[in-house]
Design a protein around this ligand. Structure first.
Ligand code: ATP
Ligand code: MG
Length: 315
């Protein structure tokens, strides 16, 4: 293999790019404080890894780390997941639920996809962050909590505020320190070091040992735009390990989109069904201004069903 820069490994984040090394330093510094951190970056750029690094480097590292993806839960579930409830607070509340704010006490709470939180929950969230205490749903006594917030989003919160979908006061609360993760295509030298990192990792699995990467594979990897960023690169290499064999990783083992081809033809019937579903979902998303909650409502499905369908359809 060609010799590339020597990567740094920072809490599981592998990189040799100067842009990223600066970010590691910034993470190290803000982690020491209790400031709310907002991690921004395209899908697959490592936002979850950064959130965890903030926790691990903080004085809260002995305390709990809790995470929730705000886009995958219905508003009702999200509210009781975050704030908890007492038994009998509503139909189906058969026992007390502590809620993530209490479970993350003295630790860190990671709110993934924070832009997807409905406005009424945003109001409650703001109150907790200001007062560090709250009353669980159906309860009478307020509980105080000491929680450090880390949030992530692939959207611009500023734009969400302008569109009336996100509270401005909450935006200022959650992004005291914004951290921006550059897309893979903007990280100098990282396609090379990450390729080698993942090849080493898959070699460990013992199913195949790749000793060499063909030059036209490097051309394809370096010429790709990587819309799915590091996750896409990892998946492409996992694909190559799965479909190919032998010590040389060759071009025909890469996924079609990396070989400059479209995805393989699907059977006609399946294609039209999938296509119809895809079009319906895209239309609903357009009508709801891109908000998954609104689109799910229009389609008459739960957010988690919509989330799963979008995944399946590669949306
Ligand atoms: N620099 C990196 N080095 C090693 N692995 C990485 C790096 N960045 C991301 N990964 C891996 O890529 C995958 C995606 O990372 P992660 O889940 O943190 O992305 P994300 O920004 O949260 O994406 P999404 O917005 O889709 O949730 C994970 O398996 C993660 O371990
Ligand atoms: Mg994520």
């Amino acid at each position: 293999m060609p010799k590339h820069r020597t990567p740094r490994v920072f809490h599981g984040i592998v990189s040799a790019a100067p842009e990223m090394l600066d970010l590691f330093e910034l993470v190290r510094r803000v982690a020491r404080t209790d400031a709310s951190v907002l991690v921004r970056g395209e899908t697959g750029t490592g936002k979850e890894l950064v959130a965890r690094a903030v926790h691990e480097l903080s004085r809260r590292s002995d305390g709990p780390y809790r995470a929730v993806n705000c886009a995958t839960l219905s508003p009702e579930l999200l509210a009781s997941e975050l704030f908890g409830h007492v038994k009998g607070a509503f139909t189906g509340a058969v026992k007390d639920r502590r809620g993530l704010f209490r479970l993350a006490d003295k630790g860190t709470l990671f709110l993934d996809e924070i832009a997807e939180i409905p406005l009424d929950i945003q109001a409650r969230l703001l109150r907790i962050l200001q007062e560090q205490r709250f009353v669980p749903l159906g309860g009478t006594d307020s509980v105080s909590v000491d929680v450090r917030l880390v949030a992530a989003t692939h959207r611009s919160l500023r734009r969400e505020v302008e569109g009336g979908r996100f509270r401005e006061d909450l935006m200022y609360r959650v992004r005291v320190v914004p951290l921006f993760l550059p897309p893979l295509r903007a990280r100098t030298g990282d396609v090379e070091v990450l390729t080698e990192h993942f090849v080493d990792q898959f070699n460990e699995s013992g199913f195949r040992r790749v000793e060499r990467i063909a030059p036209d594979v490097w051309d394809a990897l370096l010429g790709h735009r990587w819309p799915g960023n590091v996750r896409e690169l990892r998946n492409a290499l996992e694909y190559a390990f799965a479909v190919g064999e032998g010590a040389t990783l060759s071009l025909d083992e890469l996924p079609p989109e990396l070989r400059g081809e479209g995805p393989p033809e699907e059977p006609q019937k399946e294609l039209s069904l999938r296509d119809m579903e895809r079009q319906q979902i895209l239309a609903a998303l357009r009508r709801s201004g891109g908000r998954k909650g609104g689109a799910a409502e229009l389609l008459g499905m739960s957010r988690s069903t919509l989330w799963r369908k979008m995944r399946e359809l590669g949306l």
